[in-house]
Design a protein around this ligand. Structure first.
Ligand code: IVH
Length: 666
């Protein structure tokens, strides 16, 4: 049995590599799945042969824990940067001079724009994945990295890899996965990632490795470190790492002269746009390891390498006018409308100017010629004004003082650069925005009500408050542009189906200020029902985890408004869920009533979030920091020494996981 399990693991690891690294699969997805299923079954039947690096365990778990950090064996330095080809040429000459005229071969590669990672392998197995951190210490993110299918967990014993080595590279989110993720986030009303780099580093630090697995990260490696490297040059060592099973930098050229270097730059400056992953420049490295050693390091970077960064693409275009848009929460955003201009392959006509302070800082006047840039960002950005081209009599752009949609006088948000329209219930874009938000996928998920339909529903007087959605009949929807009997029925059916959405989604759908997806879950779990929430005082609200005074005030103000009360009553009458389902509450008790409990350390039976839920389910309160008032600490493994000391000083009892579970009768 053991042999079969090992054979399956070997085969699956090999096919994984053929598929994800070499792009040359030998078997169909179906055959792969069959092997995987067989291994899953054998592992389940023979737990004594379990292995944490088995290919069956790449999918990740839901366990949430924060990351431990560790010191790098060799610091992860950065590269000296330049935007000038001249400076690259000077670097090549400088290197030659330092090496007293020796022949120098330079390795040219892409500078991948993701987040750096260091992997440690011992005896052919991945033992640790560590982020760059501050260069000296990084976070251990092994569980998340294990979900990246192109990273080998166990190397083929015949691969020729040294027994111990470190390999460094870049974790990337390829363009197509990045676009997919952002589309999804847009549909869910979540903030978009500005570029694949942010998305990759954000994803790598996500606490839920199942979510990491879903997002489609990839990794490309560019540096191998070991006391027993097979070759005396970077190029051959990296190619060797390719044979050990790593996806190595596919663009890797040996360059022998300054002319070769310049040609490499001009070729890839254009070609890189066709690559499936984001790049922000090129890296040149001295190929010979002996020469690298001779050249050494400065405090920050190696002397044997330099990065040439591609300049951000920039265009100059005329400002036609600035318009002001009002969002769901009433915030007014200025938008520059431009003469259309081609930038990095897309036509740019509009760019957000964000707020009044930015307009002032850029000093934008009517009819100015503006610089628009698209660097690593996907969203075009106005970066400056060509003041020489300015008409002498042009006037600075004034921020509006009244709402462009409803004429109400705007109010400045305290401590922020934004202005808001306070006419929440009479200002059309705010109402339309709330309808659209209410129906969106992560909220009530009513198929067929997007931005355009929300606008039509409002303009035709069919929906003014979100509760009106539940009174809609197919016949009323037929006159809407783009609607037929089927789409009309779809909206009505979608509304009916949405009545099953759990309380936390309903709470999120209501557009209570600052109550987003995560906060609505926390509140729903803490309070259990809308009636309790509506009756809570500011102090009671602030006792909920992560609820501060501003958020509490927003909630109180929201429920104090009669229009909201009435809308909620109508939604309740329509059948929406305004309580945490009994099923979710099953097994609750009051054994922890009146107790404030701190959770610390890592756990084996439940995740931290689950423990939070369990404390609340049994009447207790989960608090963040230890004080005189703390009743007990639910202490897992590796509780921080300072917390331990504080607990002992204050005489707060520590409960082990098992003791806690016994108390609540689990
Ligand atoms: S070599 C001693 N090669 O750029 C530095 N780095 O500013 C060794 N990067 O943190 C790094 N592509 O994350 C190297 N082909 C490449 C690279 C690359 C991207 C990143 C890396 C590093 C940063 C340096």
């Amino acid at each position: 049995m053991k042999e079969r399990i090992e054979e399956l693991r070997r085969q699956l690891n090999r096919h994984n590599r053929l598929y994800y690294v070499e792009n040359a699969p030998e078997i169909s997805d179906r055959e792969f799945d069959e092997l995987m299923k067989e291994l899953e079954r054998l592992e389940a039947e023979n737990p004594e042969f379990a292995d944490p690096l088995s290919p069956t365990l790449r999918v990740g778990s839901d366990l949430n824990k924060s990351f431990e950090s560790i010191e790098h064996s060799r610091p992860m330095l950065s590269l000296a940067n330049t935007y000038s080809i001249d400076e690259v040429d000077q670097w090549v000459s400088g290197v030659r001079k330092s090496l007293e005229g020796e022949e120098v071969t330079i390795c040219g590669e892409m500078k991948y724009d993701g987040t750096s990672i260091s992997l440690i392998y011992e005896h052919g197995r991945l033992v640790r994945a560590v982020t760059r951190g501050d260069g000296t210490r990084g976070d251990i993110v092994t569980d998340n990295v294990k979900t990246i299918p192109s990273i080998p967990l166990i190397l083929d014993p015949d691969s020729g890899a040294p027994d111990e080595f470190e390999i460094r590279g870049e974790i990337l989110l390829p363009w197509d996965a990045f676009d997919r993720l952002n589309l999804e986030r847009e549909a869910n009303d979540e903030p978009l990632f500005a570029n694949p780099r942010n998305a990759a580093s954000g994803t790598l630090k996500t606490l839920n490795s199942a979510e990491v697995s879903r997002r489609g990260l990839d990794a490309i490696f560019y540096n191998v470190l070991s006391d027993s490297l097979p070759f005396d040059n970077h190029y051959d060592n990296l190619k060797a790492a390719g044979r050990w099973g790593f996806k190595i930098a596919p663009i890797l050229r040996r360059l022998h002269s300054i002319e070769d270097v310049d040609e490499f730059i001009s070729h890839w400056d254009l070609e890189r746009k066709r690559l499936p992953v984001a790049t922000d420049g090129l890296v040149f490295k001295v190929d010979s390891m002996r020469q690298q050693l001779n050249l050494g390091f400065t405090a920050k970077s190696p002397r044997w390498a330099i990065a040439y960064k591609f300049p951000a693409e920039r265009a100059l275009t005329k400002l036609r006018f600035v318009n002001f848009e009002v969002g769901r929460m009433g915030i007014v955003t200025p938008v520059a409308n431009l003469e259309p201009v081609l930038l990095s392959g897309t036509i740019v006509k509009r760019a957000s100017l964000h707020n009044e302070d930015i307009i002032r800082k850029l000093d934008i006047h009517d009819g100015d010629m503006l610089y628009v840039e698209k660097g690593g960002e996907i969203i075009p950005k106005i970066t400056g004004v060509d003041k020489a081209a300015r008409q002498t009599d042009s006037k600075p752009i004034d921020f509006v003082h009244t709402c462009p949609a409803c004429g109400t006088e705007l109010q400045r948000v305290e401590g922020e650069a934004s202005w808001v329209c306070p006419n929440k219930y009479g200002c059309p874009p705010q109402i339309i925005g709330r309808i659209e938000h209410f129906a969106a996928r992560k909220m009530m998920n009513i198929d067929g009500i997007g931005a355009e339909t929300a606008t039509q529903l409002y303009e035709r007087g069919l929906v003014r408050a979100t509760a009106d959605i539940y009174d809609l009949e197919p016949a009323q929807l037929l006159p809407l542009i783009g609607f037929g009997p089927r789409s009309a029925q779809r909206v009505v059916d979608g509304a009916e189906e949405s009545k099953k959405a759990p309380f936390d989604r309903v709470l999120y759908a209501l557009s209570i200020p600052n109550v987003g997806a995560t906060m609505s879950k926390k509140i729903a779990r803490a309070v259990g029902s809308i009636d309790r929430l509506m009756a809570m005082t500011r102090d009671e609200l602030c006792a909920i985890e992560d609820v501060g005074p501003t958020l509490a005030d927003g909630i109180i103000e929201y429920f104090a408004d009669e229009r909201n009360q009435k809308n909620i009553e109508r939604l309740r009458a329509a059948g929406l869920q305004f309580e945490v389902e009994v099923k979710e509450q099953a097994g609750g008790s009051d054994v922890l009533a009146g107790l404030s409990i701190v959770i610390s350390g890592t756990f084996s039976y439940h995740s931290r979030d689950e423990y939070k839920g369990l404390i609340e389910l049994h009447g207790g309160k989960n608090v963040g920091s230890i004080s005189k008032k703390t009743s007990a600490i639910l202490a897992g493994e590796n509780m921080g020494p300072s917390k331990l000391e504080k607990a002992q000083k204050l005489g707060v009892p520590l409960w082990t996981e098992e003791e806690f579970l016994k108390k609540i009768g689990e």
